[in-house]
Design a protein around this ligand. Sequence first.
Ligand code: AHR
Length: 328
Amino acid sequence: MSTRRTRTIVAALATVLLAGSVAACGNSDTGGDGGDGKIVLGFSQVGAESGWRTANTTSIKEAATEAGIELKFDDAQQKQENQIKAIRNFIQQKVDVIAFSPVVESGWDTVLKEAKDAGIPVILTDRAVDSADRSLYKTFLGSDFVKEGRLAGEWLVEQTKTATGPVNIVELQGTTGSAPANDRKEGFAAAIAANPNLKIVASQSGDFKRADGKQVMEQFLKANPDIDVLFAHNDDMGLGALEAITAAGKVPGKDITIITIDAVKDGMQALADGKFNFIAECSPLLGPQLMELVKKVEAGEEVPARIETEETTFTQEQAKAALPNRKY
Ligand code: AHR
């Protein structure tokens, strides 16, 4: 039985008991659909911190329209407390399904339990939570962030295999405590351990934002005169860092090798122009798969516990070839 029907029956029974009247049965659907039969999805987005996020939001909104799903969209402006508030609002509004991309990994158990107690299934998109209780959400749809970091590191290991001296790396981390920042850092560190010449000399968060990437890179350049490589956890921070590198009189892509993650259009353009050197892709186009999952969980169907997005990597030559058809 669909979760909407189950909640409807529970709500209708409660109404009958309270009113003590058979007439109350006429209030047949107290779910969030406003009575037009559409599935209602409450979606809490992280924010609008990057080109990737904008593309992700567009994908979700377009796919909801396409699938005939009523979308209640909330932008949390990169604050966990805003996401918790949004989820509580969705519960109050009795939406059929809740989906969200958690800004950080920890601290979700209480609100997820509230959704579970209200009988509303939850889908995680893009970012994971660290809850030990796997019954608090139905599925996770998104990328393998550890793999993305590993692919970035493996490329660097290959490029530097003949290096005889130290290779100094600076790292621009994503939002502190977020799954992509934690996992990309882990994957990259594990891969570069293969070459003892590779050393991370500075590592700091740029919050996945262009302006912060620029500012932190300025500090890195002041404190470290011999930076060989920048590993940025996303294109936007890498693009901000480009400005700092150029302003410091260095040539991005030549004096400093730049590796990023995402492969959004601006990043791909920088790669094709020779300013970036390598990008590990992270796909933001999760909308259509999410809507399929929403329909399934709403209908009470089983879904896989984890669904990973297919992704690739790009060199400068590959970016030139891919750019004309890049959708985002
Ligand atoms: O969670 C995905 C990450 O969040 C993207 O790599 C980054 O650009 C975004 O802000």
